[in-house]
Every structure is written in structure tokens, then in C-alpha cells.
Design a protein around this ligand. Structure first.
Ligand code: G3P
Length: 217
């Protein structure tokens, strides 16, 4: 499973990129607003750090304007993925941009039918928002399972990009269900490694090694 980082925070991206595990980055207007920085400049900087797909979202709401914005964003770097919302206009823009050879991430997906439409519109990625479904007492992970089944039934190439991930268990469950990508905030990515028995075991190994008085180098 690929890991994308869901942030517009350059320092966080730079730091996590050193693990070699960052396959891409997703941003959205809310994350850009949180960064307080110029959108296109931030996207350019992210694209320099991470060679994989970097999602940058259009803000127009009609198809022609979305296409124009998408093409403008694609001028920033070859790894820009145009993010469009799951509306009819967004799907029309998705088809046009995809036919033009651009990567498109269709976002704000909350149902299997929406995901089916995005795949038929040629989306490179579909972004089901797990956490926001859980927020309203629905089952975000169940949606990932449904989309996996539908995409496999018809051999759609669209990658399932699980988004709105709020917990470490969301990540492991998405991996079990077969999501192609998980995009998560830096705080969740950092927590994936945590286990008290790892910390305790390492502490004991180091204490015993200290007693030997030996050095490897
Ligand atoms: O990738 C989408 C993500 O940014 C939304 O997350 O936590 O705002 O639902 P959240």
C-alpha cells in the first residue's frame, strides 16, 4: 500500500520524506488555508520534495473553469494531480483532464455509486473520506470494501485513495481491505511505528549491552 501525506506543511513533508516511505502528498483548500502560504508556491515546493503524485485541488465549480484551473496547476510540475470534487461538473472536468493525459484525484467521495462514476470518468484516484463517514455514524471502512469489490469486478484502474484517516487502525484496516493508497496526517503516520514492547525491548537490549563493555565501532 502506498502512503501519501495529507498536509501542506513543508517542514513535515521534508522530515517524513527522509523515511523513503512517502509515495505522494494530498492537499486541499482547508490544509492550504491552515498553512497560511501561497497555494501555487506550496505545491511547487512539495513537488520538489516528493516525486510522486501531489494533489492540488481546483476551486472553481463549473467544468470549464475547473479544467482551466487544473491545466494551470499542472504547469507547476509534472507530478501535480488535479483534485476535483465529486460533482457532475467535477466528473466532466475529470474526463477532459484525464483524456488530456493528466492525473486526476476525485475527492469528497462518500458512496460506492460516486466511486463508480469517478472510475467511469477516468479518475486516477478516488478519495473516499472514511473519518467523515464515521463522524455521522456510518462505516467509512465498509465503503472502501464496497469500492474495492466494484473496481475489481470491472478491472477499473482507478486507485482507491483512502482519505480522512483519523486513527492508526484506519491505516491497517485499509491495508487489509485492499485500499491502494492511504493518505494520512503526519501525526498518524508517525504513530504507526509505536509499540510499548518495542520500546521496552530495546531499553533492555541496550542496558545488557552496556554491561558487556563492548563497542561495535
Ligand atoms: O484527504 C482529506 C482529508 O484532508 C480530510 O480529512 O480529517 O478533514 O476529514 P478530515
Amino acid at each position: 500500500m502506498k502512503f501519501f501525506i495529507d498536509t501542506a506543511d513543508i517542514a513535515e513533508i521534508q522530515d517524513l520524506a527522509t523515511t523513503g516511505m512517502v509515495d505522494g502528498v494530498t492537499t486541499n483548500p482547508s490544509l492550504v488555508a491552515k498553512s497560511g502560504r501561497d497555494f501555487k508556491q506550496v505545491v511547487a515546493e512539495i513537488c520538489e520534495i516528493v516525486p510522486g503524485p501531489v494533489s492540488a485541488e481546483v476551486t472553481a465549480t463549473d467544468a470549464d473553469a475547473m479544467i482551466a484551473e487544473g491545466l494551470k496547476l499542472c504547469e507547476i510540475a509534472p507530478n501535480v494531480t488535479v483534485k476535483v470534487p465529486l460533482t457532475w461538473d467535477g466528473l466532466k472536468a475529470c474526463r477532459a483532464l484525464s483524456d488530456d493525459g493528466r492525473m486526476v484525484n476525485v475527492t469528497l467521495c462518500f458512496s460506492a455509486n460516486q466511486a463508480l462514476l469517478a472510475a467511469k470518468a477516468g479518475a486516477s484516484f478516488i478519495s473516499p473520506f472514511i473519518g467523515r463517514l464515521d463522524d455521522i455514524n456510518l462505516d467509512g471502512l465498509e465503503l472502501i470494501t464496497e469500492i474495492r469489490e466494484i473496481y475489481d469486478n470491472y478491472d477499473f484502474d482507478t486507485e482507491i485513495l483512502a482519505a480522512s484517516i483519523r486513527t492508526v487502525n484506519h491505516v491497517s484496516e485499509c491495508a487489509k481491505i485492499g485500499a491502494d493508497v492511504a493518505t494520512a496526517p503526519p501525526s498518524i503516520i508517525r504513530k504507526l511505528i509505536e509499540h510499548p514492547l518495542t520500546d521496552k525491548g530495546l531499553e533492555a537490549f541496550l542496558a545488557d549491552w552496556e554491561k558487556t563493555g563492548q563497542k561495535i565501532l
